[in-house]
Unconditional design. Sequence first.
Length: 413
Amino acid sequence: MIKVNEMVIPTLDDVNFTNSKVLVRIDINSPVDSKSGKLLDDSRIRAHVETVKELVEKGNGVVLVSHQGRPGDSDFIDLEEHSRLLQKHLDMEVEFVGDVMGPYAREKIKNMKLGSVILLDNVRFVSEELIEASPLQHAKSYLVRRLSPLFQGYVNDAFAASHRSQASLVGFPLVLKSSAGRVMEREVSALAKVFNPEDSPKIFIMGGGKVLDSLRIIENLVKRRLADRILTGGLIAELFAVAKGLDLGKENLQVLEKAGVLGLISRARKLLLSGAPVEIPVDFKVEKGGQVHEEPANKVTGIIKDVGSTTVNIYSSFVRDAKVIVMRGPMGVIEDERFRESSRALLKNALENQGYVIIGGGHMISLLGGEGQIDKSKVHVSTGGGALLLFLAGEKLPALEALDMSAKEAMKA
């Protein structure tokens, strides 16, 4: 069991599924080429191979359910290509069923052999899946009532969708013996470290361009006293610099205005006045006349594109002593090679540290050339950007709450 705040999340080690039919909610929602309709990336498909293989090796018949896109969007397609890619990575047959809960799908599930794998079609083809409702309401949905009698267990491995309160994510745990899959387990275990007071000091590195998201997270971290230090870069650092009273120059104020975040200055200033452990860059790398310069934060004359070398040294000193490091977004405009070094240096220092590193999103890990170069025992790269950010910002994740409800009911039995 994994404990996060007041929740208890069961894993496949706690709920041992063997020789059963198991419904597994995965998240293989992938980017789609708008012209050809082909999938552009299969990383989410590959991520679930471990969970599926483990269940198959224990003699279970595995039925997979997932979504792809939203009605009306260009990426709202069926899952036939997903099934072929899953078959390739599993190295075993995956039968695609072009139905979700109709007679054809139910007949296929009834007749499937243990040890085999079926992928049902896009669950969002079912209108009920587009409704946000409580687990109790969804437990009575047609989707749950029609499919649950065919299974002995349910596994949720779709952390990236866990912020949705939809039938396939929250309804089944209330009527079936349930657990988290291995992808979900890794994500929840990482979150448990963030909320565990014994794993301290904790350093949060907040960068990138999503200022409102970052500010909400910082407000929650401060409110709950989860962070020992919050190191800022990107646009959120500029916002805090302006809130502190630093003159970043007209051009950088225009950048913040264009991003629509000048209205957040009062919220940032309130955090600073409250004594929040927010660190602001002492220098920046700026572009001026096509040239790159480093300038002190109180004497900026160019357009800010990165944090400066003195800031990197200061931030690195905090990183070296941390037990948990959460990295969310780069320090600068890493699309330009000239402004990648600070993000790369901080990431390198974090990975060389003895602490546990959580990377929320792909921008940072891309600087090291991919996940193959990291030690997965001490580094977690989150697959669920939106869900991770919402949880760090103090929001509830309904899919986790449903698993918690299932576990607590099982304990009473």
